[in-house]
Design a protein around this ligand. Structure first.
Ligand SMILES: Cc1cc2nc3c(=O)[nH]c(=O)nc-3n(C[C@H](O)[C@H](O)[C@H](O)COP(=O)(O)O)c2cc1C
Length: 367
């Protein structure tokens, strides 16, 4: 039986050569939102690691939409030029389809990097005013955000759209909108962070309205062949929060608007969350969204083994399998998965002599 993980998957105008995805991973070393040599090295090496799709880290649509001062952005010509250099390298030397995750941190912005504690910036650390659906801080010690009025709603939607146009200009094959992990669009979805009493708050349908409006605007701005999906948190893992049933309803609405896939994660909205971590712990949510809405899904979270990833695709739980830390640990994870599953996968020409077909050492290593 040929490997399901190494079978191609078409998404709108692009076909992923296999089902392995490098999940978005913040690096916190951008300068005024612009990619640096670190990004060239980081994304460059991952692009040739043979995953079918490589995502940039969460890329902010405005300076205020960043989580930290070091977050990547795509809101200025300088940002576009800096990321363009990285994209060109990945295209020239890599084998992965390139995707960008566009994000706005909302009330979780103006923060220190995780290494510096991940807490809110203090006076003297150039904090900024954050935006959110309601003026409710993320948790104790966090900035109280400004509740978005009509002007801010229009401006942020415009920023997502403008950033998507820049991404298309840079030649990204695929765009993912970040509606997960407690960032701005998730803040609209969850009844914990969204206490608005206008058409964007209240019932589930109304809480979905702004994220769906942003999706529609971005879809209309992208070339028809560019795939567009979203990352969601299927649950807040907090009593009274956003639920898997609401996630399915959102997926159905997105599908009707031309969404190509849903990348199913969880949590991040409320520090009170209790997450039952374990191998593949979020896969059942991806399976539920796929089964009940019919949209292609991407599973993520503690997927580390080739056979585990293969099993998810074979079972039909998800169409795509995203890995974060396992690929940071081993950027050639897909090479080894191919060998383990008896599949073949392209190598960058410069590295082809390490291919198991040409290198006897590969067999000795596997033994
Ligand atoms: C260093 C690091 C940075 C991350 N940054 C992002 C991000 O920018 N956007 C996002 O949606 N998730 C982000 N995540 C979450 C990962 O994409 C992924 O969902 C999570 O790590 C679980 O997958 P894993 O168990 O394979 O690592 C990050 C995770 C790590 C470890």
């Amino acid at each position: 039986m040929p490997s399901a993980l190494f079978s191609p998957f078409p998404l709108r105008g692009v076909t992923l050569p296999n089902r392995i995805v490098v999940s978005p991973m913040c690096q916190y070393v951008a300068e005024d939102g612009s990619a640096t040599d670190w990004h060239l090295m980081h994304l460059g090496q991952l692009a040739m690691g043979a995953a079918g799709l490589l995502f940039t880290e969460a890329t902010a649509v405005s300076a205020e939409g960043r989580i930290t001062h070091g977050c990547l952005g795509l809101y200025s010509d300088a940002n576009e030029a800096a990321l363009g250099r990285v994209v060109q390298f990945c295209r020239r030397h890599g084998v992965a389809v390139l995707g960008i995750q566009l994000a706005h941190a909302g009330r979780k912005g103006s923060a220190r990097t995780p290494l510096a504690g991940g807490t809110a910036l203090a006076e003297g650390e150039r904090p900024w005013t954050t935006l959110a659906p309601s003026a409710l801080p993320y948790g104790p010690g966090w900035h109280t955000p400004q509740a978005m009025g009509a002007a801010e709603l229009a401006a942020v939607k415009g920023q997502f759209t403008e950033a998507a146009m820049r991404a298309a200009r840079l030649g990204f094959d695929l765009v993912e909108l970040h509606m997960a992990h407690g960032y701005l669009l998730h803040q609209f979805l969850s009844p914990i962070s969204n206490r608005r009493d206008d058409q964007y708050g209240g019932a589930s349908e109304s809480r979905m309205r702004y994220p769906l409006e942003v999706f529609e605007s971005v879809r209309a701005a992208l070339p028809p062949g560019t795939a567009l999906g979203v990352r969601v948190s299927a649950t807040d893992w907090v009593e009274g929060g956003w639920t898997p049933a609401e996630t399915v309803a959102l997926a159905k609405r997105l599908k009707a608007l031309g969404c190509d896939f849903v990348d199913v994660s969880s949590g991040g909205l409320d520090p009170r969350q209790k997450v039952p971590l374990g191998p593949g712990y979020q896969v059942p949510f991806a399976a539920q969204v796929k089964r009940e809405s019919g949209i292609p899904t991407m599973a993520v979270g503690l997927i580390t083994e080739a056979e585990q990833a293969e099993g998810i695709v074979v079972a039909g739980d998800a169409d795509l399998v995203a890995l974060g830390r396992a690929i940071m640990d081993d950027p050639r994870w897909a090479w080894r998965a191919a060998a383990a599953l008896g599949a073949d996968t392209p190598y960058a020409s410069q590295y082809v002599r390490a291919h198991p077909k040409f290198w006897p050492g590969a067999r000795r290593k596997a033994a």
